[in-house]
Ligand binder design. Structure first.
Ligand code: ADP
Length: 519
């Protein structure tokens, strides 16, 4: 990709900034050729990769280097987009929101600084991948478990900052954050929570510190660069007990949510069960053309035939109980009774005890095979995730499911959705899978996305996370008192980042000088 300069910066001063960056990190870590820029584009983009073009990428190796780069960025008004490993697939990958932004790739800062088995936490740098931490814990036989998202290619820090989740009782990674180190947009360095006390004995034990609590202000925001993160890890349980069930009918998701949500809220189920349409299993193993080559979305009768041949229900539920064996058994009885009120479907039971191979345990074990779904349509695949949050009740879930499925059918995309149950809400991730070179299809997907945001907003459903191209759209759905929250965020942005150099546009938050760039 050819160079796109950031707003406010001419070619000469951009070159001077790159030279100054090279003075900090060395020439080899300033990546500014056309090919380099391609590497940091959104490689899953639905035909709009050219809206988010990085001008260069720089790779620091230490906190001091990050601080020096931030000071140079302020001097030349060159915007920076921090990434940890840049695998934010379906949400923009490594690319920045605003074209011309320089990607600050923190992947070289990948040390595991501390793991405390007794208190169940780690202290890590942004470049630590899920595989890195998992291998470290396994090799040293540390009996702490991680929570890992379906695709584990990315970093622990990036996932927690974006509020990604996994499926153990410690599933909400952002909730596990306990104390961070942050480089502010002016280059200053702070530690949050109890880390603000230089010799704190409890930086990664007590989340709140003294006074306002900042960890969540640095999540999904452009207020600072995280250079260290403390994170709670789950003590290995004595046993786990998995219950897997297939639900034959599309509307079964309604009663399943009504039965499971109260059990989730009362702690009978401590992790977040995922209720997903079974097409996801088929899409990760086969290609669409093996089943259907006609136009439009997969017809219902073709889908039913595929499910029958694969011995799958319309929905699949995987849930798991963790803890002491006898408690798991008692909880399993309660969950089974809940299902028995509605179905005679057989429930598959999977048991694991401490000492058995970890692969069958329900511990977070990193894998990347979930990514295979992008081959569903053939060609150079990609996916986009539309992820609203709804109350965990059948009324909301059924309404959202039917309206989303209808929208998918209108534009000819195969419905692919899941509902993950947290204590009080459910996150409804809807995937749109496409061949990136099918321009007609990707244009329809982009139009569908906007319609889904508007439909959801009408019902009072907001997204928990979104792709770069829709950050402004989603931010504007938070409209109480004429977008008072956006005003607050931007007041804070201008105070912390007067030159507007850190991740302009992220989450719809623009610095004063660049508000004309808002979509
Ligand atoms: P992953 O490491 O999972 O691949 P990314 O590096 O793509 O995740 O990060 C996802 C998003 O989170 C980025 O686009 C950026 O907005 C934000 N982010 C990631 N790492 C940091 C960080 N260390 N400090 C501040 N924001 C970050």
């Amino acid at each position: 990709m050819k160079l796109v300069l950031p707003p406010r910066v001419n070619e000469k001063s951009f070159q001077k900034a790159l030279d100054a960056f090279a003075g900090v990190v060395g020439k080899q870590w300033v990546l500014a050729t056309d090919e380099d820029r391609d590497t940091f584009m959104d490689y899953y983009a639905a035909g709009d990769a050219d809206q988010h073009v990085p001008s260069a990428a720089i790779g620091p190796q230490s906190v001091e280097e990050v601080q020096a780069l931030v000071r140079i960025a302020n001097e030349y008004k060159v915007p920076l987009w921090p990434i940890s490993r840049g695998k934010n697939l379906g949400y923009g990958a490594a690319a920045p929101c605003m074209s011309g932004t320089v990607v600050l790739d923190l992947g070289r800062m990948n040390r595991i600084l501390d793991v405390n088995e007794r208190f169940g936490y780690c202290l890590i740098e942004p470049g630590v991948g899920f595989f890195d931490l998992f291998n470290y814990l396994q090799q040293d036989k540390i009996r702490l478990w991680m929570s890992i998202p379906a695709n584990a290619w990315g970093s622990v820090v990036g996932n927690a900052l974006e509020r990604g989740y996994g499926y153990t009782p410690y599933g909400e990674n952002t909730r596990n954050i306990c104390g961070m180190e942050i480089v502010l947009p002016n280059g200053d360095l702070v530690r949050t929570g109890n880390g603000a006390m230089a010799n704190s004995a409890s930086w990664h034990l007590f989340k709140y510190g003294f006074g306002p609590s900042w960890d969540q202000l640095f999540c999904q925001s452009n207020f600072g660069i995280c250079t260290k993160m403390g994170m709670w890890l789950m003590p290995e349980p004595e046993a786990t007990l998995g219950l897997n069930i297939q639900l034959p009918n599309p509307d079964d998701v309604g009663w399943a949510v009504d039965e499971l949500a109260p059990l989730r809220m009362r702690g009978v189920i401590e992790q977040s069960p995922s209720i997903g349409n079974s097409l996801r299993f088929v899409a990760s193993r086969t290609q669409r053309s093996e089943w259907y080559t006609g136009d439009g979305a997969l017809p219902d009768d073709v889908l039913m035939d595929i499910l029958r041949k694969n011995n799958l229900g319309w929905w699949t539920i995987n849930l798991r109980l963790y803890g002491y064996d006898e408690v798991n058994e008692a909880h399993a009885r309660i969950v089974k009774e809940a299902f028995a009120r509605h179905t005679k479907q057989e429930i598959e039971v999977v048991k694991w005890r401490c000492g058995d191979p970890i692969e069958n345990s329900g511990a977070g074990v990193p894998a990347t095979n979930a990514l295979q779904i992008i081959n569903w349509r053939g060609g150079r695949g990609g996916h986009l995730g539309f992820s609203p949050v709804l109350p965990a009740s059948s009324e909301h879930v059924l309404r959202q499911f039917h309206s989303t499925k209808k929208r998918y059918e209108e534009i000819g995309v195969d419905y692919y959705g899941s509902f993950t149950l947290f204590e009080r809400y459910t996150t409804n991730v809807n995937m749109m899978v496409y061949d990136r070179d099918d321009t007609a299809l990707t244009a329809r997907v982009r139009a569908l996305f906007k319609v889904l945001v508007a439909d959801a907003a009408k019902q009072g459903y907001s997204e928990y996370r979104t792709h770069l191209s829709y950050m402004d759209d989603v931010a504007l759905t938070f409209d109480f008192n004429s977008h008072a929250l956006l005003r607050l965020n931007e007041t804070l942005k201008d105070a912390l980042d007067p030159n507007g150099i850190l991740a302009p546009g992220k989450q719809g938050i623009w610095p004063r000088a660049l508000r004309t760039e808002r979509a």
